[in-house]
Every structure is written in C-alpha cells, then in structure tokens.
Design a protein around this ligand. Structure first.
Ligand code: KG4
Ligand code: ZN
Length: 348
C-alpha cells in the first residue's frame, strides 16, 4: 500500500491531495478562475502569487480531510512539468521542503502523466497497454501507454489545443472564461447541425490526411467568420446554435481520430483525460463509436478531468511502487515531452 501526498500548481488551480494507490483519501482544489476571469485568460505572475498564498493551507486541509498524519505518508510529489515556471516552482519547493522535513522520498510528476492516471482513480482494473486521449487547455494528444513511464505519442494538434479552441471560441462569442464548461452548457439549448464547420484535417505532403493529427485553428476562424457575417447583416448572433455546432465538430473530430488510432494499434481500451474529457458531446460520441468497435472507453469523474492533485498523487504512487524517486535538485520545465519522463527519476 502506497500513500502519497501531491501538490499541483502548474497553472491556475492550487491543488493538494492524498491518494492511497488508486483510492482518494482527500482532494483539495482551490481555483483562481475568478481572479483570472477578468483578464480572459491566466496571468502567470498573478497565478504564482495566488499559489503562494493558499498552498500551505491546502496542504493542512488535505491532511485533515484524510485524517492522516505525516507518519502515514510514504512519499511527497509535486508537478514539475510542463506549465508556468513560476507557478510550478511554488508547488515544487513546497513538496521538496516537506519531503526533506519529514524524511520522505520526493517525486516530480509530469502533469500529462497525471491526466492519464486520473482514470485509475475510478477504474481499478485499468492497466497498460491502452490509448490515452489527452485533451486539455494546453494539449491534445493520442498517447500509446505501453507501461508506467513508457509513452509513445501517436497524434497531436498542429495548432490550438482542444480546450484552447473552446476558450477562444467562447471569447469571440463573448461568453467568458473558461470557455469549455460555458459552451457545453449553452450547447444543450442549440442545434448541433445548425452550421457545417471544418473538422480540421491535417494534409500530408505525399497527399491524403494525417489519420490522428488534428488542427483547430481553421475551425476557430470559421466561427469568427460566421459571427462577423451575422454582425454585418445586423442580425442577432445565434450563439447557442454556433456553440452546439462547434462542440459537435470538435467531439466528432476527436472521436474519429481516437477510434482510428486504437484500431490501427490494436488497443482495446481508450482512457480520456484533461479538462475537455468533461465535455458531454465528446463523452457521448466517443462512447457510441467505441462500443460499436468493442473498444472499452473510460472517462474520469468530472472533478478529476480538470486539474487536480489526486491524479498527480496517483501517478507518483505508480512510480514509487516501481522504485522511482526524484533528486532534490530536480527543477521545473515549462515544456517537457512525455518521452523524456525518465529524466525526472533516479532508480533507487
Ligand atoms: O486539464 P485542464 O483543467 O487544464 C490544463 O491542463 O489545460 O483543462 C482546462 C481546459 C480549459 O480549456 C477548459 O475550457 C476545458 O478544459 N474544459 C472543457 C470542459 N470543461 C473544461 N472543455 C469542453 N467541455 C467541458 N465541459
Ligand atoms: Zn491539466
């Protein structure tokens, strides 16, 4: 049994959680959305300061909610890449200090690995190999999870990440931030077939299209043109219909690529992760398409789709069980590919 306390401060959520293998003992998430909302996006310096203000309290709350003391903790983890450097540093320094103070092993965790392992929190039977569809504000990837720490990226986005596309389209529809949940809610009142929008195929130099890569910038531009057309004609912008059509296009594009990728690589399970995994259209399209192909599909509970520390603790517990620990000299990285993940650990 491995119990890990983890800290996640890579972007605009200060989160601390304690996880025992795949069981969540406590999970504290303090969101900064109201602070950044007025700017329409995350302001890095503001994020770091907010993390500093609440991280100690969140650590105390996580221990209290779990009803555990330091004697019960086997390891301390913190997200160390990728993310905002100043924000990551707050969590990393807090984690290292606590590990040193209480004489526990320390582990730096790759944020995307956390999103992959969010699925373990609700699915005790899920084990590699499987395909991870990772769709967040910063990433859109199809990853072949071969083993803990062994990942092959098979597909990606050529421009905007899926969540970023939701946020940008919400901004141009003047709906607020973060765009995903707002568009998802509004889309329930709209007609997903109202407008035909481009799904964002990626051409290959030798002809044809890349089977797994996506591009969302053309879709975003198409929505902009649509809004401009209604405005130029002095007509009210049908916001709900546009939101529903946009969401439908993204959900179908992601579903098509994930199913093709799983079939070509002979993978019988798809585990979705990241904030966009909360999207209702993606959930229903992917579930329907996967069941036709006899592929199992997993979505984390909504609270573990968006950023949280339980998923980071779960990833750390998997590494700790394999004997992985990180050096106290480990730094943060604003970018780090999943294929470089071994650089975070020294085998004990
Ligand atoms: O994983 P996450 O919390 O942070 C990153 O690591 O990026 O993902 C945040 C992203 C935001 O872009 C947000 O708009 C999107 O996830 N999101 C959604 C939904 N809930 C959050 N996108 C579509 N539908 C949702 N229901
Ligand atoms: Zn994330």
């Amino acid at each position: 049994m491995t119990t890990v306390l983890a800290i996640e401060t890579s972007c605009d959520e200060t989160a601390v959680a304690i996880v025992n293998n795949r069981k969540v003992c406590s999970s504290i998430v303090t969101s900064q959305i109201s602070v950044h909302g007025q700017y329409g996006g995350v302001v890095p310096e503001v994020a770091s300061r907010q993390h500093l203000e609440v991280v100690n309290q969140a650590i105390a709350q996580a221990l209290e909610q779990a009803n555990l003391g330091w004697q019960d903790i086997d390891g301390v983890a913190a997200t160390c890449a990728p993310g905002l450097v100043g924000a990551l540093l707050v969590g990393l320094m807090a984690g290292k200090t606590l590990a040193m103070l209480h004489n526990k092993p320390f582990l730096g965790v790759h944020h995307l690995e956390g999103h992959i392992y969010a699925n373990y929190l609700s699915e005790p039977s899920l084990e590699p190999p499987f395909l991870s569809l990772l769709v967040s504000g910063g990433h859109t990837s199809l990853i072949h999870v071969q083993d803990c720490g062994v990942y092959e990226t098979l597909g990606t986005t050529r421009d905007d990440a899926a969540g970023e596309a939701f946020d940008k389209v919400a901004r141009l529809l003047k709906l607020g931030y973060p765009g995903g949940p707002i568009i998802d809610k509004l889309a329930q009142e709209g007609n997903p077939q109202a407008f035909r929008l481009p799904e964002g195929k990626v051409s290959l130099p030798q002809g044809g299209y890349h089977p797994y890569d996506a591009s969302f910038s053309g879709l975003k531009t198409a929505v902009l043109r649509l809004v401009q057309k209604f405005e130029a004609e002095n007509q009210p912008v049908p916001v709900a219909d546009i939101a529903a059509s946009f969401q439908e296009t993204v959900a179908k594009a992601l579903t098509k690529r994930a199913i093709a990728c799983a079939l070509h690589h002979n993978l019988s399970a798809i585990a979705v992760g990241g904030g966009v995994a909360a999207n209702s259209a993606l959930r229903s399209h992917l579930q329907a398409a996967a069941s036709q192909q006899h592929i199992r599909v997993f979505f984390p509970p909504l609270k573990y789709c968006t950023d949280n520390a339980a998923m980071i603790a779960c990833a750390a517990a998997e590494h700790l069980k394999m004997g992985d620990t990180s050096s106290f000299s480990l730094g943060v990285h604003s970018r780090l590919s999943l294929s470089q993940i071994r650089e975070l650990y020294t085998l004990s």
